[in-house]
Design a protein around this ligand. Structure first.
Ligand SMILES: C[S@@+](CC[C@H](N)C(=O)[O-])C[C@H]1O[C@@H](n2cnc3c(N)ncnc32)[C@H](O)[C@@H]1O
Length: 389
């Protein structure tokens, strides 16, 4: 039985991606019996054996803006650092090699990444403390380790997916490699968490279009949502390449690669659809907001925070948070509400000085041209670096 969720009953809900997510969450239990990934849930999968070890010459993920991160974090010997997005461990490993006696708390929601962190903990005899969990679980995880708020010297948050996740076809993130349409960063940790196939096969057309608009900034959202609903009437959409061809089928062949990325390179028409589904499935914007709040709480006064983002939705959120804006109502991130300028800046003092953060650079930092050549995946990255007051 396919469960179709309707957002039509509440016009307010249609307006924002957060609302879509909340509605989804409230339907999660009903979905459990009808989902594609969740019901066949394989349980946690540890793929660390298939990946190159963190210490191998070619890292499983090339860290983005490494020199800049090391410069702005300015870590001193003996300090405690929190890497909120351990991934392939590239940033962590560089920190360990560069600064003596540093301890790195290594968080990631992906069990595969945490297996790599465990390997690194052995190599660096106790200087790495792996923490499996999401940003929203961080404060509880630290409290279990008796780590008090305000006691960490530097925090790195390198948002998004790792190459390990993107490159493994069976994780279902990749547009170019065929695999199950999964996209859950947590792997099988939460068996009732909907995967991308659940989303495309169960949500109604309006809800799908809202997700594509809100998270993919896709102008053809309605057309694509309609093609998905048509296609799944014939067969459920369960594979990445199946979805890519359904999306492609709603465009003339001549425009399939007509879109350009920021480097003017051709991008497939389904790229934004994949981005939107991934953000939705992993609740990435709410998680990012939770991560920034956790960073604010755990940093010691004078501690430093570096945040790397990969698309404008993330960067807007980070920028506004670091300006001291109250983002507790994430409706602010509805693209339709951008630029109204009416939100209250609760983090600001009367003289306009930010209560929580002092920027280390006014302008956002972007990768150097040579770095982009070497690591094209980092081409759209943006780094913001601040000091906790
Ligand atoms: C871009 S990669 C980090 C790469 C890493 N800096 C390196 O050098 O290898 C992002 C990582 O953050 C993790 N991640 C994303 N969102 C998360 C969240 N909400 N909570 C915990 N980990 C998260 C992903 O699983 C992924 O491994």
């Amino acid at each position: 039985m396919v469960f179709h969720m309707s957002l039509r009953s509440n016009p307010m809900l249609r307006k924002t991606h957060l609302a879509v997510w909340r509605t989804w969450r409230s339907c999660k239990l009903s979905l459990h019996s009808s989902t594609v990934c969740a019901s066949s849930g394989p349980g946690p999968v540890d793929r660390s054996e298939e990946l190159s070890p963190v210490s191998a010459e070619k890292p499983p993920h090339t860290p983005v803006m490494l020199k800049e991160v090391l410069h702005y974090l300015d870590i001193q010997p003996g300090q405690v650092v929190l890497d909120m997005t351990f991934g392939g461990g590239g940033h962590t490993k560089a920190i360990l090699n560069m600064v003596p006696e540093v301890t790195v708390l290594a968080l990631d929601r992906d069990p595969t990444a945490i297996s790599l962190a465990q390997q690194l903990a052995k190599e660096y005899s106790g200087r790495v403390k792996p923490l499996l969990g999401q940003f929203s679980e961080l404060e509880a995880l630290l409290s279990n380790m008796n780590i008090k708020p305000g006691s960490i010297d530097a925090v790195l948050l390198d948002a998004g997916c790792s190459s390990m996740q993107m490159d493994q076809a069976e994780r279902g993130f990749s547009l170019s490699k065929d695999g199950p349409l999964d996209m859950r960063m947590d792997g099988g940790r939460y068996p009732d968490m909907p995967c991308a196939a659940d989303v495309v096969n169960t949500l109604d057309q309006q809800a799908l279009a809202s997700i594509l608009t809100a998270y993919g900034e896709e102008r053809q959202a309605r057309k694509i949502a309609s093609a998905i609903v048509e296609a799944r009437r014939v067969n459920p959409i369960t594979r990445t390449q199946q979805l890519a061809s359904v999306v492609a089928g709603s465009f003339p062949a001549a425009v399939l690669y007509a879109r350009k990325d920021r480097l003017q390179r051709s991008a497939h028409v389904a790229t934004k659809t994949f981005q939107a589904l991934r953000i939705f499935v992993n609740d990435e914007l709410n998680e990012l907001h939770a991560g920034l709040r956790a960073a604010r709480s755990v940093l010691t006064p004078g501690g430093r925070l570096c945040v790397i983002t990969f698309h404008s939705l993330e960067d807007r959120l980070v920028k506004r948070f670091l300006q001291g804006e109250d983002l507790s109502n994430l409706d602010h991130f509805s693209p339709r509400k951008q630029g109204t300028g009416k939100q209250k800046l609760v983090g600001e003092k009367r003289d306009g000085e930010n209560v929580y953060w002092l920027p280390l650079r006014r302008k956002v930092i972007t990768p150097e041209r040579d770095d982009v050549k070497e690591n094209p995946r980092g081409r759209s990255s943006k780094l913001r670096a601040v000091v906790r007051r």
